[in-house]
Ligand binder design. Structure first.
Ligand code: SF4
Length: 398
């Protein structure tokens, strides 16, 4: 039985390929952590200490708590931590964390706005009450306000401040609210509170029972979607830059490998040379069609042999797309009449508008036709590998 979490579901939504490496294949990435994640964890641990000591009636001074932060930073720092934004140093990040804590401290001292009942508190939620869809999470700080309202506090070190409307749709804290409702019978009213430490601001919302029920059903459906997945394609977004699997991802491995090369080695790299040639030929396509086919073939072969789906060049990168599709007999090909007869008899011809074989091939990948009919249709076609190259300007996410 898989124990789900908000991060596990989000990872699948972010990139199914990353999800597979991380949760199914349990691959250990070369990059262990980004500096943003490191900073976040040290700040969380520092605030945890602040509230933990409060339980023992010990109120740390700001200086004491910053000393603790510095010690945690030094003890856990590891030079393999990834800094994506090359304009900033480790020291810049360290100071950012100090500022987050100092601002939070000044805003909330003497920290008696609510009574803390849990720190890094583990919650387990049984979404269907049958043990089938279980989810776990950790609440940064669970507290009870002076009016008896339960409070779920979450510390964020993001560099952007989301709109309240966005947080209304947030899944993580709402799931925690569901778990708190289930565990504390007097938790009739629950506030979800996000502390955006970069901006020294907090945003709070409350959820109705109807909203929580809607969320419960949608999370079950998200989990079913994950469990029924048969393929785990890559999904390139700006978040790829922070992905710990980037060096082993087929979309980025070639680019990551050539990034650290000297200009001389970079220009000598087979993949770079092929993409540059392909880009050059694309511009004067009309006159060099034959040569273009050769370069295209070599580029496809290079990508296949290197196990990548994107090959980087100087100003462009080439995205290789390939898929196995059924090819059906064209107008004058053998088997066409039999195929048309079959589609006419099964009443499906109207769906492919007088036997459009391209549309028919697409229908085979969709779910709306019964599987037995699709199997019968497949007999009229043959599988073939379709490969395409998309040349893109080389920017952050391409
Ligand atoms: S680098 Fe991007 S596409 Fe590749 S695994 Fe990570 S998130 Fe997915």
């Amino acid at each position: 039985m898989v124990l789900y979490s908000h991060s596990r579901i989000s990872c699948f939504e972010q990139c199914p390929f990353k999800f597979k490496l991380k949760y199914l294949d349990k691959v250990r990435p070369e990059i262990e952590q980004s500096i943003e994640a490191f900073l976040g964890s040290i700040v969380h641990d520092t605030l945890e200490k602040l509230y933990k000591d409060m339980r023992f009636q010990k109120l740390n001074t700001l200086e004491e708590i910053l000393v603790h932060y510095g010690e945690l930073w030094d003890k856990n720092w590891n030079p393999a931590i990834l800094i994506v934004r090359k304009d900033y140093t480790t020291e810049n990040y360290r100071k950012m964390g100090e500022k987050f804590i100092a601002d939070y401290y000044e805003k909330h001292k003497p920290f008696d706005q609510s009574k803390t009942i849990g720190l890094e508190q583990r919650i387990v939620l049984d979404l269907n009450n049958d043990g089938r869809y279980k989810l776990q999470g950790f609440i940064d700080r669970l507290a009870i306000g002076k009016d008896g309202t339960y409070e779920i506090h979450d510390y964020k070190t993001n560099s952007s401040l989301p709109l309240k409307e966005y947080l209304e749709e947030d899944r993580q804290l709402a799931l925690y609210a569901m778990a708190v409702k289930g565990s504390y019978p007097d938790a009739k009213s629950i506030k979800l509170i996000w502390h955006f430490l970069t901006f020294n601001k907090h945003i709070e919302i409350q959820k109705t029972d109807e909203e929580l029920e809607k969320l419960r059903l949608s999370v079950i459906s998200d989990i079913q979607n994950i469990e029924s997945a048969k393929e785990y394609p890559t999904k390139k977004t700006t978040l790829c830059e922070w992905c710990e699997f980037r060096p082993m991802c087929p979309e980025w491995a070639h680019i990551a490998k050539t990034e650290g090369m000297t200009l001389k080695d970079f220009m000598k790299d087979d993949g770079v040379a092929l993409v540059n040639k392909y880009a050059e030929l694309t511009e004067k396509k009309a006159t060099v069609e034959g040569e273009m086919d050769t370069v295209k073939e070599k580029l496809l072969e290079f990508a296949k042999n290197s196990g990548v789906t994107t090959v980087g060049g100087s100003g462009y990168s080439a995205k290789i797309w390939s898929a196995e599709k059924y090819k059906f007999p064209g107008k004058n090909d053998d088997g066409r009449t039999e195929l048309e007869d079959f589609l006419n008899k099964s009443g499906l011809i109207k769906d492919v508008a007088a036997l459009d074989t391209f549309l028919l091939s697409r229908k085979m990948d969709e779910k709306d036709w019964p599987e037995d009919i699709k199997n019968a249709i497949r007999k009229f076609g043959r599988k073939e590998l379709i490969e395409r190259i998309y040349l893109r300007k080389k920017d952050d996410c391409q």
